[in-house]
Structures are given as structure tokens and as C-alpha cells.
Design a protein around this ligand. Structure first.
Ligand code: SF4
Length: 91
């Protein structure tokens, strides 16, 4: 905390999970159905890489909120969510 500027209002992190069990006809969101499933380990690796890249670019600032959107983020494995939260906390 001591490295944080007192004037830093912080910022929010948005995690986009792009998959749904089915596509609702009215939906304009970036959401997709994968009948063969998805490679969640690969998505997790990409999320973590992006978090590392963003953290290096942004520097030391305080995260005030984390939002999971989609898509249907409740389809994510709890372990995937935990790994993402842990990585954000790490940074
Ligand atoms: S994002 Fe929501 S509204 Fe859109 S297809 Fe998925 S469940 Fe339906």
C-alpha cells in the first residue's frame, strides 16, 4: 500500500468470458456457443498473460472492483476464477 499514491482513485478490472450454453436471439453481446466445449486451460493461460501484461503497463495502482461478464461467466470452473483473482491480488 505504501507505493500507492494517495490521490489514486483506483480502477476496475473486467474479465470477459465469451461462452454461453445457448445464444439468446436478442443478444448483442460478444458471446458464443461451443458445442464441443472450450479449452479452459488455454483461456486461463491467456487471461493470466493479459493480466501480467496489463499490470506491467499500468504499474502499482489499487484495484477497487473486479467484474466477470460475458457470456455466462458462471460456466467458468471455480479454479479458473480463483486463479484469476489470485493473479490480480498478486499484482
Ligand atoms: S450473454 Fe446472456 S443474453 Fe447473451 S446469449 Fe449469453 S445468456 Fe443469452
Amino acid at each position: 500500500m505504501s507505493n500507492l499514491a494517495a490521490s489514486d482513485p483506483g480502477f476496475g478490472v473486467y474479465i470477459h468470458w465469451p461462452f454461453c450454453a445457448q445464444k439468446c436471439p436478442y443478444c448483442d453481446f460478444n458471446s458464443h456457443v461451443r458445442f464441443g466445449g472450450w479449452d479452459e486451460d488455454r483461456f486461463l493461460a491467456a487471461y493470466l498473460s493479459e493480466l501480467d501484461t496489463a499490470a506491467a503497463r499500468i504499474g502499482v495502482r489499487q484495484v477497487r472492483s473486479i467484474f466477470f461478464g460475458g457470456g455466462t461467466p458462471s460456466l467458468m470452473k471455480p479454479e479458473t476464477v480463483a486463479a484469476i483473482l489470485d493473479r490480480i491480488a498478486h499484482h
